[in-house]
Every structure is written in C-alpha cells, then in structure tokens.
Design a protein around this ligand. Structure first.
Ligand SMILES: [Fe+2]
Length: 542
C-alpha cells in the first residue's frame, strides 16, 4: 500500500476537496484578516484539542470599552460562531450561538462536533453585525487511518518581559505544520522587573505586580492574547497545550510553590483556583470535570500524544536521598496508572508524551561552579552544591524508574518525550541508573524557551560564547545519554513524525529582543522505529 493511495483514500473518507492534502499544513495567508471587524474582538481567535470529529474554538469579546479582562464588568451578550470549509465562508458546515459575560470574563469556548476527520476548516465569531478575525484549524484523522507524515511546532516558556514572540511568528509562517504542542509556561506570574531579559525589561507586563487574584490572572491572560505573534499562531493552527508551573507560580507542587508565601499571599488553594479558572476561561483546552488537564490525542495509526500534568499532583521538591523515596510522586498515582496503561496498550506507531519537565538524568556533580549557578537556576538545583535537579524527574526517581521499567517490561517501544521548562535545547536518550547506554528505553527532545532567560543570559554573555559551549561539552561528557545540548538559543522545535522516524529540528532566533526576529536551523536528531538510539541529522527537513 503506497502513501499516495492512503492519502487519496483518506481524502475521500474525509470528503475533502482534491486540492486539500490530508495533514498537509498551510499558513493562514489569504484566509481572512479582511474579515475582521476590529473593535469587539481584541484578543484573537484560537482552536485546540483536535479530535477526528471535533475541535474546540476560542475567542473573547469586548462588548463595551470598560469590559476589559479582569474588570468583571460589561453586559451578558450573545456571540455567534461559524465553521466553514473555505476561508470565505461560502460553505458553512456548522454554526451556533452562545452567551458569555463578565462571569467568565467574556471569553467564549465552543466544542464543535460532527465535523469530518482530517479536514481543514476556517472559523469565526460574530457579534453585533461584525466578525472576528478568521482562524484556521484542522481536525484529527480517523483513528485507523494510515498517515504518512505529521509535523508539529513544539514550544514552551514565553516570558513577556524578555522579548518578543518571534518564535510563534516563525511557526505561523511555516506552511507545513498540522499542530502546535505547547509544553507550559505559556505565561509567567512575575511582576515587572522580577524576570526579564537578563536584567533588562524589553516590554512591561500587565498588571505590573505579581499576579495573585482571579482578576490578576485574567489581566495577564488578556495581555498575552494581545500579542500579535501569539495571535497569529493561534489563528493559524490548532494547539494542544498543557501547563507547567508559571501558569500559577514558580516551582509549583500540589501544596504550594517556591514563589508563593501564604502569610502574605493567602492560601495556596485559593491562588490555584484563581489561576486555573482564568486558564480554563482563556485557553483553547478541554479540561475534565475535576479540572484534570492530562489527556490523550490520536493521529491515525501514526501517533498518539499523551499530555501530562506534572504540577497538580506532585510531592514537594526535595533533595538528598528523598529523591529516591517511593512515596514521593511527580505524576500522582492516577495519572501514572493512566500513562503506563495507555503507552503499553497503544496501537499507534509513535507514543509521544507532552512532558513539561525533563525526563533524562542530568548528573551535574562534576560541573564547575560557574556553570552550576545558571544551570542550577534552570534545573531547580539548590545552590548549595546538591547534585540533582529537584524540580524535574530527577527529583522523583521512583516515578521515573517505575515508568521506564514499565516500558521495558511491556516491550513498549517508540516512545518520545517532548519536553520544555529548562529554556535550553537537548536531545536525550532516556535511561535509568540501572540500565546501560546501549539500549535506551525512549528518546527525549527538549525545546528551548520562546524568550525566557537561559545560560548565557544568566552569565550576561552573548549567545554562543565559549563558556556556554564549554558547559554544553562538560554536560555531555558527564552524561553520555545527552547526545546534544545547546544552552544559549531561544526559539522552537519542529517535530516530524513518519512511520519510519520521529525527528526534531531545533530553530533558534537571531535576537529574542527584536520583534520579527529571523530564526535559523541549528540541529536535528531522529529516532527510527524500533530503537531509541538517536541519530544526528545534517540538514533541516524544510
Ligand atoms: Fe519556563
């Protein structure tokens, strides 16, 4: 069976036009800025969580000038929505209306169902005779469909005050993507000047203080959604997202956070509830009735994507021998059971895991102090010389061993972790202390930050300086399962999945502090089906 035949068959199944290649990406060019009515839709449109028959659509309406994010004022209003198979809305496939108002910060979320699989749709919202900007999205293919290629942008860690979101713009401008996977730190909670570009505020956050209340979180979400590069990527592609810590507060765990002081900031549970409520309102994500965000997506026979929540259920960060304590957890019992069962039972070729914090071991015991400082900040290593990165899976050895041992015991292959959080670029083979390098259990691709500070920013040296390069070499020599790392670049990853391989390409920005910065390809690594040994690629796929 050839891929071409599969594609034709799938096109017929999907009822798509001959000119619409299944899972071929496209940009939003020509799709509809002209439809924008301006005024009332100030925060763009977004889609997310694609299913074979449905998609989640999002927008926010500003019906009166005073109904700003977090204001709690403004009227209840009816908003309409349309989904069409063409950018001019000649053929409207689905439409409806719903009410929104200040109780949900005038956000709008529609779970559209009854759509055709593997199909490109355009969507828009209507209010008072005007239309929102037009968004473009794609449903997932049927579960049993043979798919020959899937490409997704992979991102994390977008700090407003550190620069501009050119990484999002570069992904929006590509014509070949099917999906965006965001691994968390979509926004940061800090007040102005508390976390910027190596000491320089490139643009100020709103509110100016650290976000704490429901109104604060809504205002911060509103600020982010006002960014034109972020809006462009939301409008161009469906996103699948999970959160990390900064959607609430730095180094969050189930009972608190490094950046939360109950005596002055109130109960942690109240802050979490406020942050999660704003997140639910403002993000194109389906959350469970209990607020759970870990969930799974399927792209035909080719790939399954399990998105993890590594903050809500985790034990408090610890150091020393506590990292081996089997009573401590990073996933929580229910999520671990769900993850293990899902990976082992999956019939998809590739089992992708959206994994907010790094899985691979990083032994930093022999690294010099100058590197331990900035690296420790990124990895969550206590600055007192402790040698484990307590905020990542390294701080929860029992959970990591349980998961990796399970993959080995069940013969589960072709597992690839997609990771964010540490603002730097890594290609890792996942092993445990008890296993050698010859047969890694899984691969891990770690994408850099969109803007957030990394090693050279902390060192206050230019990107690509000899010290950072030396640091990367030291990490590699101490950790041979780390096949590649780069400590200075900001940008994004592009993941290509085919039946034969799963491949990440890393792209770094020329300058995160400039709007519209160019990006360049810096590295590519792939794994072949059946083996988690990484192969270095010598040229970009596109
Ligand atoms: Fe981050």
């Amino acid at each position: 069976m050839t891929n071409t035949l599969d594609r034709r068959t799938l096109l017929r199944m999907a009822g798509a036009s001959a000119g619409t290649a299944v899972l071929a990406g496209a940009t939003l060019a020509g799709a509809g800025a002209a439809h924008a009515s301006g005024g009332a839709f100030l925060h763009g449109v977004a889609s997310g969580d694609p299913l074979p028959d449905g998609i989640l659509l999002w927008t926010r309406i500003t019906p009166t000038p005073d109904a700003t994010p977090g204001s709690g004022v403004g009227p209840d209003v009816e908003v309409s929505w349309q989904v069409a198979t063409d950018p001019d809305f000649v053929t409207v496939t689905a439409q409806g209306q719903l009410m929104t108002g200040p109780a949900r910060d005038h956000t709008v979320k529609v779970a559209v169902s009854g759509l055709a699989p593997a199909t490109t749709y355009w969507y828009r919202f209507g209010y008072a005779g005007g239309w929102s900007p037009t968004g473009r999205t794609m449903t997932a293919p049927p579960t049993d469909a043979a798919i020959d290629r899937l490409r997704m942008g992979v991102v994390s860690c977008a700090n407003w005050e550190a620069g501009y979101f050119a990484a999002y713009r570069r992904l929006a401008d590509r014509g070949d993507l099917n999906l965006v996977v965001h691994l968390g730190d979509y926004l940061y909670e800090y007040g102005t000047g508390q976390f910027d570009a190596g000491g320089t505020v490139i643009r100020k956050v709103e509110p100016a203080h650290e976000v704490l209340t429901l109104a604060d979180y809504r205002i911060r979400h509103g600020l982010y959604k006002s960014d034109p590069d972020l809006a462009a990527l939301h409008a161009a592609l469906p996103w699948v997202i999970t959160w990390d810590d900064h959607e609430v507060a730095n180094d969050a765990w189930s009972g608190g956070a490094e950046n939360h002081t109950p005596s002055t900031e109130g109960a942690w549970a109240d802050r979490v509830a406020a942050a999660r409520r704003a997140y639910q309102e403002w993000m194109p994500v389906r959350m469970g009735e209990d607020g759970a965000i870990y969930r799974r997506f399927r792209y035909g026979q080719l790939a399954e994507l399990s998105m993890l929540d590594l903050r809500t259920y985790r034990s408090q960060q610890a150091s020393g021998t506590a990292v081996d304590d089997p009573r401590r957890t990073v996933t929580g019992d229910a999520q671990m059971t769900w993850l293990k069962a899902g990976l082992a039972a999956s019939t998809a070729r590739w089992k992708l895991v959206g994994n907010p914090v790094m899985m691979a071991r990083v032994d930093v015991g022999s690294l010099p102090a100058w590197l331990l400082g900035p690296l420790g900040t990124l990895l969550g290593i206590p600055q007192n010389g402790a040698v484990l990165n307590a905020d990542q899976w390294d701080g929860y050895n029992a959970d990591r061993n349980e998961l990796v041992d399970h993959l080995r015991a069940t013969g589960t292959r072709d597992v690839v972790f997609l990771t964010g959080d540490i603002h730097t670029s890594w290609a890792n083979e996942v092993t445990t202390k008890s296993t050698g390098l010859s047969n890694p259990a899984a691969a891990e691709f770690v994408v850099p930050s969109v803007t957030s500070d990394n090693v050279n920013d902390f060192l206050k040296l230019p990107a690509g300086n000899p010290l950072s390069a030396l640091g990367a070499g030291l990490i590699r020599s101490t950790n041979p399962h780390v096949r590649w790392t780069e400590l200075d670049g900001h940008g994004y990853g592009v993941l290509e999945v085919t039946p034969q391989h799963c491949r990440m390409d890393w792209y770094h920005l020329a300058d995160r502090t400039r709007a519209g910065s160019a990006s360049r390809w810096v590295a590519g690594f792939s794994v072949g089906a059946g083996s988690a040994k990484l192969r270095r690629e010598t040229a970009p796929t596109l």
